[in-house]
Design a protein around this ligand. Structure first.
Ligand code: UT7
Length: 324
């Protein structure tokens, strides 16, 4: 008998305010044509004034609980991936805990920027496999619009806000093989020598929130190389090759990175979930958003084999293989 962390429900939330590329043309020296051709992004959602990351996360968490037919009282832990918590502390996760009416268990944030949801999934999986929790709400939520420097056209047109959440549940499996549902392998990496490629120039050292700074071309180069590597490594740990995969669910930063990674893996785009056109880069929220939208579209079905991968500031990157 083996314990697996299995997805019991999923949901997402996007702020109401949709900002198109044409809207951005009015405030940034850019064009719809440039944004679409360089990144694949057509629109993104921005939080309203007063709306915070924990609001988005709580809405996504409620949707995931509803989908799982569970209530806040059934959850042992919240692991929330974010780089845009409402305050420096307490964690956004504890704010979500209060907002959804969860009075038991524990909650904390994971900060690995765009790779955050991969790190959070891996952490939640470890909590379940070690017996510390039976049901974990794993959330990715961000308000990256708050970190944009509107004088910098190379970054400000790329990011968006949103949240996705899933419930991971301990399940006893009879087989203990890679035919099981649930998380089958994880692969995590970081390399701090590349911290200057993608960072926010604020924090306790400056006394400001700061703005996102990125050397786009360099990040692009690392992304294409490292994402295919980590996806292959996670698949290998689970005893699979790229041909076995039903869906790649990649971090949604740039359509060119998504397709170059799929190409390196030898997987055609028909087997890749793509949402970047509608959400922009929502950092740690992008993968749970893509999972939730992929399920809602009828692409991802129970029993499908998924590999999900992401890279971001740190640099931090990784992949998770799971059977839906
Ligand atoms: O989620 C974390 C991971 N992040 C990423 O994965 C992002 C990785 N990087 C990228 O996605 C791409 O590098 C970008 C989309 C950021 C940029 O694409 P690129 O093909 O690398 O363009 P570039 O930076 O080389 O810029 C090309 C040209 C430049 O003009 P010149 O110097 O060739 O005359 C830029 O000034 O495009 C210009 N440009 C713009 N033009 C119109 C840069 N930003 C804009 C803009 N609108 N918004």
């Amino acid at each position: 008998m083996t314990i697996r962390a299995v997805v019991a429900g999923i949901g997402h939330y996007l702020p109401q305010n949709i900002v198109t590329n044409a809207d951005l043309e009015k405030i940034v020296d850019t064009s719809d044509e440039w944004i679409k051709s360089r990144s694949g992004i057509e629109r993104r959602h921005f939080v309203a004034k007063g709306e915070t990351t924990s609001d988005l996360a709580a809405a996504a968490a409620r949707a995931a609980l509803l989908d799982a037919n569970l209530s806040a009282g059934d959850i042992d832990a919240i692991v929330l991936a974010t780089s845009t918590a409402d305050l420096t502390f307490p964690s956004a996760a504890t704010m979500v805990q209060a907002k959804i009416g969860m009075r038991q268990g524990f909650a904390f944030d994971v900060q690995a920027v765009c790779a955050g949801f991969i790190y959070a999934l891996s952490t939640a999986n470890a909590l379940i496999l070690s017996g510390q929790a039976k049901r974990v709400l794993v959330i990715g939520a961000e308000s990256f619009s708050k970190l944009m420097d509107w004088q910098d056209r190379t970054t400000s047109v790329l990011f968006g806000d949103g949240a996705g959440a899933l419930v991971l549940e301990a399940e006893e499996t009879a087989t203990g093989t890679n035919k099981d549902r649930g998380i089958l392998a994880t692969d995590l990496h970081s390399d701090g020598q590349f911290s200057d490629l993608l960072y926010v120039d604020g924090g306790t050292s400056t006394g400001t929130t700061g703005f996102l700074r990125m050397q786009g071309k360099e990040v692009f180069r690392h992304a294409v190389e490292k994402l295919a590597q980590t996806a292959h490594a996670a698949l290998e740990k689970a005893g699979f090759g790229a041909n076995d995969v039903d869906w790649i669910v990649p971090h949604q930063a740039n359509l060119r990175i998504i397709s170059a990674t799929a190409q390196r893996m030898g997987v055609e785009m028909e087997r890749v979930v793509v949402t970047v056109q509608d959400h922009g880069n929502t950092s740690a929220a992008s993968i749970p958003l893509a999972l939730s939208v992929g399920v809602a579209r009828g692409q991802i079905k129970r029993g499908d084999l998924l590999v999900t991968e992401a890279i971001g500031g740190g640099l931090a990157w990784g992949a998770v293989v799971l059977r839906w």
